[in-house]
Structures are given as C-alpha cells and as structure tokens.
Design a binder for this molecule. Structure first.
Ligand SMILES: Cc1cc2nc3c(=O)[nH]c(=O)nc-3n(C[C@H](O)[C@H](O)[C@H](O)COP(=O)(O)O)c2cc1C
Length: 334
C-alpha cells in the first residue's frame, strides 16, 4: 500500500489535493493526522512566489510536522520558472514540486497558465525540465485536455521530460463537477506511461479509492476532505479492513452522498475546533476570516440544526465571536 515518487517514499497512496483557500497549514495537519500520506500547498503563481510578498508566503507556510509537502505552482513564463529554480530558498523546504496544468479559472487561464498549458504540451515539458534542476521530485497535475482530450500525448511528454509522477483529474478543463470524472482515462494513462499515476476526481469513499487504486498507483482527494478531514481515516480503514467496514450508504460514489459517508458528526466537531485552534496558532491576528468561514462552515453538518448553525457561523465578524460560537455550540450539543 505504499507509493514511491522519485526517491520520496510515501507511507500509503492517499493524498490530499491542492485546493486554493482550503489546503493551508492547519487544514493539511488535520488531514495528515487522519492518514493522508502526502499533501500539497494551494496553487501559487510562480510570479507571486518570486515577489515573496507576505500573502504568498502565508500560502506556503509550513512546519516540521507538515511533511512530505508538495509545492504546487503554475505559470507560463520560462524565464520566471528559471528564476524560481535559481532561488533555492523558494523551494528547498518542500519535498516535491508539482506543476498545475489543470486550473480552469479564467484569471489563471487568461495568463496562459493552469489548464491553458494542456494546449501546449511542449511548454509543460520545458517547464518540467527546468524544475528538475532543483533535484527534487517533480510532478504535474493535469486534466484530460483543454477542450479536447489529448491526455495520452500530454502524459507521454510529461514522462519524457523526466517527471517523477503524474496526477490525472479525469475531466476536460471545461467540464463541471456535475459531469462524472471519467476514471477509464486514468487507467489508459497508467497503461501509457511508466511513472506512477495518481487518480483524482469524485473520490469520496473507501470504495471509490479502492476502485481507483485498482487502475493506478495513488489516489488524491479534494472536495471529499473539505470539512471532513477524517475521510482519510475512513478510506484507510476501508482499504485495510476491507469489506468488514460498514458505511452509511450502500453505494457511496458520487456527489449526492458525499455529505455523510460514514461520518461521525461529533468527532467532526472536534476536528472543527482543532481547525480553529490551529488557524489561531499559525496565523494569529493575520487569520483570514473569509477562508475560515468557507472552510470552517463545511465542518458543521450531519447533526440536527446544522444548517442553522452554519448560517449563524457565516455571520460572525471577528475571532472573539468565533470563539463564543464554538463555546455555545459545545454546550448546546452536549
Ligand atoms: C475549493 C477548491 C480549490 C481548488 N484548488 C486547486 C488548486 O489550487 N490546485 C489544483 O491543482 N486543483 C485545485 N482544485 C481541484 C482539485 O484539486 C481536484 O482536482 C478536483 O476538485 C477533483 O477532485 P475531487 O473530485 O476529489 O474534488 C480545487 C478544487 C476545489 C474544490
């Protein structure tokens, strides 16, 4: 059940996906405690890293317990990637560097970065060759294509450029979450290349993870972990304890059932409290209230009156109110 990416050995094949505004240091620590073997920073534009401004540095903040950690970057300028590699302190504390070739947001695609790169497999290969000069394992996270599926060509180029692994989010760049990820293509990529392939898209349960691991080497979870870091523990239990593991739902694949697959809401509220504690510890007065409300609110589910509590949480205006909210919640739920 372990996975090796270059020289980096992972204790299991479960990874927390990079997610903007979600996978900061506190959130990653919770997912690691629950069993995620590998985590990534949220995506950072290479140009922003070069400027080393305070908000970007906050996005890549890490600590000793937060290992192994992949830095996820994107961009389109060869010169910027070259400069990034020449400035060791920007990358030396990460165990791996991942190139984002999947982000569909118009802001990123407008600068020819993210999923726009899928249109330029040669460019992806050039960037990977540059990143490999760091001596770190280098990976790429891709989709099936920009508007048309050219994933096999892209995968071959990425392997040829010397990448150590490849993550495939099995959708085109313009396909919404409502369309099921096409896992067949993950298997096809796996048969096309010799490097480890990590499957991503619509993994919410142990059963989903098991299916993905039957066709490739690793599995990456994104939405399934938001507000539910213990999903990693449940997946690991399922993978190791097999069919004995009881779930709340007979067919746990898909967005409609992801809310509560095997979740224990009381335990989850403890995760919520821990999340807030860690945010305070690592970000103190710089804490980003908007982010805390978006991510924190997702923990508040699975119990009677949860949606009302969530509404209340969204209206809080400062850290003092958040602490009072947590205290009241604890009292009201016993
Ligand atoms: C809030 C949010 C932020 C995301 N940010 C990133 C990102 O920074 N980098 C990236 O490669 N993918 C990002 N993604 C995409 C996920 O990593 C993942 O590929 C996608 O959600 C499919 O996995 P899932 O079905 O497990 O959610 C983001 C997704 C969400 C929901």
């Amino acid at each position: 059940m372990n996975l090796k990416i270059g020289e980096l050995k992972l204790k299991n094949p479960l990874m927390l996906a990079p997610m903007v505004d979600v996978t900061d240091l506190p959130f990653r620590l919770l997912c690691r405690r629950a069993g995620a073997a590998m985590c990534y920073t949220e995506m950072v534009y290479v140009d922003a890293l070069l400027h080393e401004n305070a908000s970007t540095l906050r996005m890549v903040k890490t600590c000793a317990a937060d290992k192994p950690l992949g830095l996820q970057i994107t961009g389109n300028s060869i010169e910027e990637f070259e400069e990034f590699v020449s400035r060791r302190k920007l990358w030396e504390k990460f165990e791996l560097i991942d190139l984002n070739c999947g982000c569909p947001s118009t802001r990123i695609v407008g600068t020819k970065a993210g999923s726009y790169l899928l249109k330029e497999p040669e460019k992806i290969a050039m960037i990977i060759r540059i990143l490999k000069q760091t001596g770190k394992p280098v990976t790429a996270k891709i989709r099936l294509g920009y508007l048309k599926n050219n994933v096999l060509e892209i995968a071959r180029m990425i392997e040829g450029a010397g990448a150590d692994a490849l993550t495939v989010h099995a959708r085109l760049s313009n396909e919404p979450y409502a369309k099921k990820a096409d896992w067949d293509w993950i298997g096809r990529v796996k048969r096309e290349v010799g490097i480890p392939v990590i499957g991503n898209g619509d993994v919410f349960s142990g059963k989903d993870a098991e299916e993905i691991l039957n066709i490739c080497d690793g599995v990456m979870v994104a939405r399934g972990a938001i507000g539910d870091p213990l999903v990693f523990r449940r997946i690991l239990n399922y993978l190791t304890d097999g069919k004995k593991y009881v779930t709340n739902h007979p067919e746990p694949r898909g967005a409609s059932v992801r809310e509560n697959w095997g979740m224990d809401w009381k335990e989850n509220l403890k995760q919520f409290e821990e999340y807030l504690k860690l945010e305070k510890k690592y970000f103190g007065s710089n804490v980003d209230l908007g982010k805390i409300k978006y991510v924190g609110g997702k923990f508040l589910r699975g119990f009677t009156g949860a949606s009302k509590k969530r509404d209340g949480f969204m209206k809080l205006k400062n850290w003092g109110e958040i602490e009072k909210f947590v205290e009241d919640l604890r009292k009201s739920l016993g």
